[in-house]
Ligand binder design. Structure first.
Ligand SMILES: Nc1ncnc2c1ncn2[C@@H]1O[C@H](COP(=O)(O)OP(=O)(O)OP(=O)(O)O)[C@@H](O)[C@H]1O
Length: 436
């Protein structure tokens, strides 16, 4: 067992260490001195220095390695020791999109479950149906060598009978349905929950009613239940919410300029109108090979116009928008994930958090604005985070078509303190260069 540095921030564990050895080192270094500490760490560096996931259930390690994970990301390296500690530690954690937060808390949930107990012990709430299903998929994949652990989805459409009891140890759902399962249908006992995860806290509070529902759920849980909250961004409102949800937390937080990943290159293109933006898009497609792309538009009308134009050009296009029922949306995302369509055109909210590995380019056909027409930095971050997943390189291209959208771009640039470079889409050589 080689341990380079025993300071909490820099704890490095190397492959081939026995799980029990690791555990005892973790206990003696991380947890004995102070129960509460915070860390700030750099971005985009998957370092390669930490080589093992701390674990002791062989079925779970098998699942982790079976997913092709052989080293943890920075957030996993930092958060897992706290999440897996005894006694359980509470955690508020921020990490950029696509850096492995979901995988981290899924591993924590799976490791805390007692499979012989046939009741719900771990509860994860997600802001949308799609995200709940996506997280469930990770549970299924990671837990596939651990079949004793079962999963249920507390989402709209999953009809349950009042008074029946949920035997699944892990429940993933959206806040409204989870509340119904607790209160109206009495399907599970909140007092038996040992791990509570709130995922995508920033998206959660942006959805009407979810904030209050989340707080109501949290209040029903036992005092010693482990509370974990994750978010890609931490505006003040998210932070206040997080503190209400997670008492006495350990905190992992990023500096503002670390919020955008260095692995995602950001550009803007100057255009005059939507037709002009479309021809810039065609030039980009003509110059570089794009595995899969996501294109964000401000309105459904523009999104469907663009989908029509791109289809005429021979692209396989999928359109995702808010007016679709959730099952339709899930089906569109699934087809895109399977690579049946190469382009996904969408409006704002429903595409947050979607994890599709092959997305190499994100295009903001329209820059993100909040409901008052101001720059929406959080949404920008979520959108560009659909590419550059897990240390891969990604490209984000913003279409600017007015003085106002230029102002929006400048404001976003200033907010994240990251340069967004100009791209001339008439110059094919230049486009080719940025893709390399
Ligand atoms: N240790 C690992 N090694 C290799 N790949 C990993 C590892 N952890 C996660 N991944 C993969 O990286 C991608 C992003 O992971 P994940 O969805 O957990 O990120 P996230 O931070 O939750 O993203 P978001 O904030 O967008 O929801 C997924 O495809 C996942 O399978």
């Amino acid at each position: 067992m080689r341990l380079k540095n025993t300071c909490t921030k820099d704890l490095r564990l190397f492959l081939h260490a026995e799980p029990l050895q690791i555990l005892s080192i973790l206990r003696s270094t991380l947890f004995s001195s102070s129960r509460r500490f915070s860390m700030v760490f750099g971005s985009g560096d998957f370092g390669g220095h930490c080589q093992i996931l701390i674990h002791w259930k062989p079925q779970l390690l098998q699942g982790v390695y079976g997913m092709g994970f052989n080293r943890p990301s920075k957030i996993q390296e930092n958060a897992l020791p706290m999440m897996l500690a005894e006694p359980p530690q509470n955690l508020i954690a921020q990490s950029q999109s696509g850096t492995g937060k979901t995988a981290a808390f899924v591993l924590a949930m799976l490791s805390h479950v007692n499979p012989t107990n046939k009741w719900t012990q771990c509860l994860c709430i997600s802001p949308t149906y799609e995200l709940a299903l996506q997280t469930g998929k990770v549970v299924e994949q990671m837990g596939r060598f651990y079949p004793e652990v079962k999963l249920a989805y507390a989402v709209r459409g999953n009809k349950m009978e009042r008074g029946s009891k949920i035997q699944e140890q892990i429940v993933i759902g959206t806040p409204g349905t989870v509340l119904d399962w607790f209160l109206k249908l009495k399907l599970m006992d909140p007092k038996k929950i040992r791990v509570f995860v709130l995922d995508e806290a920033d998206v959660m509070i942006a959805t009407q009613g979810h904030q209050d529902q989340s707080i109501r759920i949290q209040r029903m849980l036992p005092k010693d239940c482990q509370m974990l909250l994750f978010s890609a961004t931490f505006e003040d409102s998210v932070w206040k919410f997080a503190e209400r949800i997670v008492p006495d937390p350990n905190v992992i937080k990023l500096k503002r300029e670390e919020e955008t990943l260095d692995t995602i290159k950001q550009y803007y293109v100057l255009c005059n109108n939507k037709e002009d933006k479309f021809s810039a898009l065609c030039n980009i497609y003509g110059a570089i090979t794009i595995a899969q792309a996501m294109i964000f538009c401000h309105t459904r009308k523009i999104a469907s116009w663009l989908a029509g134009q791109m289809s005429k050009e021979g692209h396989q296009v999928a359109l995702l928008s808010g007016e679709m029922v959730i099952e339709q949306r899930a089906a569109v995302i699934e087809r895109f994930r399977e690579g049946k369509e190469k382009v996904l055109i969408t409006t704002n909210v429903c595409a947050r958090g979607i994890d599709v590995e092959q997305v190499s380019v994100v295009i903001n056909f329209d820059l993100p604005l909040d409901k008052d027409g101001n720059p929406d930095n959080e949404t920008y971050l979520h959108r560009i985070g659909r590419t550059g997943r897990f240390g891969k390189r990604g490209l984000a291209i913003n279409m600017v078509d007015s003085d106002h959208s230029m102002d929006v771009l400048k404001a976003i640039e200033k907010h994240f303190n990251k340069k967004i470079l100009k791209l001339d889409t008439d110059d094919l050589d230049e486009i080719e260069k940025i893709a390399n």
